[in-house]
Design a protein around this ligand. Sequence first.
Ligand code: MFK
Ligand code: FAD
Length: 517
Amino acid sequence: SSGFFQANPVLDKNQYESDKGLQRTLRFFRPHSLSRTLESRAVKELTELGAEVVTPQTYEWVDEAERNPPFIVEQDTFGHPINKLVTSEGWRRLKDVAAVQGVVSTAFERRYAEYSRLVSFAKVYLFGPSSAMVSCPLAMTDGCAKLLEANGLTTPGMRRAFDHLTTRTPSRAWTSGQWMTERPGGSDVSRSETTAVKTRAGHDYYCLDGFKWFSSATDSQVSVMLAHRVDRKGNHLDGGKLSCFLGYVQDEDGKTSSVRLHRLKKKFGTTPLPTAEVQLTALKGELLGKPGQGVKTIATVLNVTRVYSSVSSLAFWRRALYIAKEYSLVRSVFGKKLYQLPAHVRVLASQEIQIRGHSFLSFYGAALLGREEVVPKDLTEQEKVLLRIIPGLSKISTCKRAVRGVSECMEALGGVGYLEHDVRMNIGKLLRDCQVNAIWEGTTNVLCDDAIRYISKDWKSVKKALIWFADNHLEDDETEFHVSARSELRVIVKDRLEKWIAKFESTPFPELQRDAR
Ligand code: MFK
Ligand code: FAD
């Protein structure tokens, strides 16, 4: 046919090189002690990944994973139960990319000392929107490896798992699940029904029995989970408090006989991700941390996965903006290119500024994790407090705002923004995948509630830490863009705090509570 055809936007620019905001954020948090040689090496790694995430091959795998969702094969031809999970080729290939690129292992190799965490989260950011949600199991894998390391890798099983979780060799690479949510409660995990009883063999192994309502890394070899320790008669130990366990999901032969996949969830987005309900029957597990301190122990995982959620939402948002910006260079309306229209540019600039503000907050979580892991003795009292609240704070702010931001970027493309023909400019998919970040790893109100509890215990030191944070990280300097990003960040902190305090002080909807009674 003839007539006008819109030229394609350029969608394969290097995602590291073309992202000045990311580069600036990384420079901002770069420790003074980092040598130029190491910094160049990090830039080289990020440039390589920045190119790989937009290659035709990567997009082909993303597309393939999106078009072929996982499924469960219940029985073989003869009716023997096999209960096998089948994932797509794209999903598996992208897992290999993650291993080779060291998305998780960079944090544990410590090649860049405390800066390693920033490099690993920069990789999460670059890879996330091109990962077909492989970033989800990576988050839990990273959290599990951190928890195992923090617990001193005390058993051969844990040492072996750590080794597999942090390797760059795809054929040896494992992932970990994080099984917390059960039917009675995901926010209030104390209502969990899963039990753990010590085996007879004189080992320190436990048999775990229960039903996990959401399992997103269902093809994982191990999983961190919560359960109630009980004696052989089923009596609860530890005053009914939960304990944390490492569950060996796959045995030496890769079999998962103790884990029955009940069904896969039918979801709004995250299509390639195998989120299942799983039934555990005498699953072999080892205790992590102290008995009865499960929540406190698994918090190490939560603080990593919450930074992942935040960085990942930021990354979806930025990818959507990248597409919108490129489109503005090629699309003409009323005799001008979109990028020449002040109102359109204002929309894009506003997104850019918000992304930069949120990127300081998200990557600050990464910077703190890096300091905790590599130079724990140098952590100030203020940093310890901030490490406790920044992962949650940045998650609730970024994950919620990103949904609105991605939606704005979709509108910036007009009608084609709503289309899903081309995986490279599928903003709808980014929007769907972004939405879940506000829900999993703790909803907004639940994380606010946690922060309130923590703040109310020691408001004075939290206030001191926040003032220190503002003084050290929110001072106005450099370019106009930088100033805007900082003031955006100040709004987030102020806005959130005010909301928390308001929640703390008021009891909304008294009529609802009356009805409930
Ligand atoms: C691409 C990105 C992908 C990311 C992967 C996502 C895949 C999806 C995976 C999941 O969704 S896994 C399920 C995630 N579930 C949650 O996040 C649960 C949300 N609910 C909460 O966070 C509740 O606040 C909580 C379960 C923690 C409440 O439980 P409790 O039993 O009432 O605990 P409590 O009393 O608040 O805390 C117990 C102790 O742990 C306290 O310490 P103390 O005993 O010393 O007072 C807390 O301070 C401590 N704690 C709690 N949260 C902490 C923490 N410590 C450090 N950091 C935290 N975040
Ligand atoms: P509920 O706890 O029932 O919450 C319902 C509502 O009540 C929410 O709006 C919440 O904000 C509100 N609420 C709860 N408590 C309070 C409070 N104190 N104050 C005010 N409001 C409150 N979980 C895992 O363990 N492992 C996984 O791999 C996993 N994967 C997931 C994948 C997907 C795609 C999804 C959607 C979820 C996944 N989850 C996983 C579960 C997720 O972590 C939970 O759904 C989430 O933590 C909320 O728990 P819930 O669903 O039980 O909601």
